[in-house]
Design a protein around this ligand. Structure first.
Ligand SMILES: Cc1cc2nc3c(=O)[nH]c(=O)nc-3n(C[C@H](O)[C@H](O)[C@H](O)COP(=O)(O)O)c2cc1C
Length: 175
């Protein structure tokens, strides 16, 4: 897939098949994550936790209020969830989340390239962070704070490239 085709094909999936992704597919996602830009090049300030433990995903699901009305919220049946954590920055409070989102987008694109479905998720994070015992099961290194997560999985239908138009995001020009 060409890079722009991949960008225009990426879209959120909210229904995953029960099959796990392969080890090779996961490695490619993690390599893509590692290719993300990170503020000041401080790769030691970010951390990934790969959860493929069905029991833990079920526990988090059971402890998350589903206000969305969507089935199998928050992970939509995905068997692989990558939690992205980052250390607070003394200089810019925005850096941890910005880094996490750059990493997340790379994972989403690498999932698309491999024909996998993906979704970036923030909605459940505050609830999980408020539940110390459950959060502790992520085994985050000292000083790392959970920012956002990406679920990845097999999907029933291949993703189709979308027609993206320039009226989606408002733009002003100063020339
Ligand atoms: C910061 C951020 C947080 C998001 N949180 C969630 C979430 O908690 N649950 C969810 O199903 N989708 C979540 N999404 C996915 C968006 O709803 C989705 O990207 C948006 O509707 C555009 O659709 P598309 O990804 O198919 O282009 C999030 C997206 C972003 C960028």
């Amino acid at each position: 897939m060409q890079a722009l085709e991949m960008l225009f094909t990426r879209q959120t999936s909210r229904s995953f098949l029960p099959q796990k992704i392969s080890g090779q597919e996961l490695q490619t996602l993690l390599k893509a994550a590692s290719a993300a830009p990170v503020g000041l090049g401080k790769f030691e300030s970010v951390h990934l936790t790969v959860v493929e433990n069905a029991e833990l995903l079920a526990q988090i699901t059971a402890n998350t209020e589903n206000k969305s009305g969507r089935e199998q919220y928050p992970f939509y049946g995905a068997q692989t969830v990558i939690f992205i954590a980052a250390a607070p920055s003394a200089r810019f409070k925005e850096i941890p989340m910005a880094n996490a989102c750059c990493i997340a987008e790379n994972i989403l694109l690498a999932a698309t390239e491999q024909g996998l479905g993906s979704v970036i998720m923030l909605g459940f994070v505050p609830e999980l962070k408020a539940k110390g015992d459950l959060l502790a099961r992520l085994n985050l290194p000292q000083g790392m704070e959970l920012q956002i997560a990406v679920a990845v999985g097999k999907i029933a239908e291949p993703l189709q490239e979308r027609q993206i138009t320039l009226d989606k995001i408002s733009i002003n020009y100063i020339r």
